[in-house]
Structures are given as C-alpha cells and as structure tokens.
Design a protein. Structure first.
Ligand code: ZN
Length: 212
C-alpha cells in the first residue's frame, strides 16, 4: 500500500482549534477536502473541543467559531450556503474556489505559479504551482515552513512520493528537489514562508529569477 502523507498531529490540532496561520489553514483545509476520513477526524475533534469549552469557562468565542456554527446550522437545515466562487478554476477543491487568483507567471521551463489571494501571515502566503510531467524544481531548502498539497498528478522527492490529496511538510532542515512523476501536469497548492533557497552554485545564480 502506498503510504498516505498528511499534516502532523500538532498541525491538525492547531487547525482544529482555529489557531493555525491562515495560509497554512487554507492548505490543510484543501487536504481535508480531498481526504474525507481525516476531515471526519478533525470535525470530531472540533466537536469535542466545543463541548469542552462549553463545560469549562464561558469564554468569548471567535467570530470564526460563530461562522462555523452558523454554517453547521444551515447544513442541518438542508440549506447549505456556499461562499461566492471567485476564480476561473472550477477543478479546484472547494476551499480554494472562494479566493481570487493572480495571473500565471513563468518561473522556469515547464513551471508556472499564480498567487491565491487568501489571507497572508507576514511573509507566508498561498500559491498554486503547475509543473509539467518529467520536470523538477531546482534543489532547494526553505526559510520557514513549506506546506504543499497535491491537486492533480504526482511528484516524488528523493525519499517519498506524493499523490493527489497528499500533503508534504518541509522546513529549513529539508533539502529537496520535487520531480513530477505523473503523465499529466502536477498542480499543487502551497503555503510558503519567504522565498525558497536554491542549492549549489547554479542555484545561487538562478535565485534572482525564481521568485515564487
Ligand atoms: Zn520545497
């Protein structure tokens, strides 16, 4: 069986508690939309957390909690109100349909990127990456966390293979060179903190041209 890749439990707990940074939450929400079993687990966690809050101190809930509660009420009433869909990519999972998208930009042979206009957190923002079959990104590491979820196709690193719905967590300690191994282009959504750091002398030469 192919191992499934997902967020760490710490990150899922932070997401369930509503304290994950907004760009990372967008990528985790996308992963959960593609992995119903993990989504059910997070919802159970949120329900238990909500009950725990009710039974302990009467604290003020965030406005997000109210929105989520209202959404649940609407779902229960059979009238699901979906947020307005704001972009030109109907193939995207629902959590990504609510954000406007910037223009596609060329960043290398067979590689394009476009901004997802989701809330930022400092330098951390959400992007879509589209890489053609057989292409690989330059070998790189990261200034901060990089969270990547596969939307179409598949890519492999030196040690792992990531399929649709898989989520890869990378940070400054991970040096990798993802290569697309599917017959179709690999479309990913990523929350990226700062610019990636290209490795080697060629990478350092290319660095000014690879702006994600
Ligand atoms: Zn990376």
């Amino acid at each position: 069986m192919i191992p499934r890749h997902g967020p760490s439990e710490e990150r899922l707990l932070a997401y369930a508690a509503g304290v994950l940074s907004p760009p990372q939450a967008v990528v985790v929400a996308t992963h959960l939309a593609l992995r119903p079993a993990a989504d059910a687990w997070v919802r159970r966690l949120q329900a238990v957390g909500g009950q725990f809050l009710e039974e302990t101190a009467p604290v003020a809930l965030s406005s997000d909690a109210l929105t989520r509660a209202l959404a649940r009420v609407e779902t229960d009433a059979g009238e699901v109100k979906r947020p307005a869909l704001l972009n030109d990519m109907p193939e995207l999972p629902e959590p990504l349909r609510r954000y406007a998208l910037g223009p596609w930009r060329w960043i290398g042979p067979g590689m394009r990127v476009r901004d997802v206009h989701a809330p930022r957190d400092g330098d951390c923002r959400v992007i879509l990456l589209r890489i053609d079959p057989g292409r690989e990104t330059p070998r790189h590491t990261h200034r901060g966390d990089e969270l990547t979820c596969v939307l179409t196709g598949a890519y492999a690193t030196e040690t792992d293979r990531f399929e649709v719905g898989d989520l890869e967590e990378a940070d400054g300690e991970v040096l990798h060179r993802p290569r697309v191994v599917s017959d179709q282009p690999c479309l990913c959504v990523a929350a990226l903190d700062g610019q990636i750091q290209l490795d080697g002398w060629l990478g350092r030469l290319m660095q000014p041209f690879v702006r994600l």
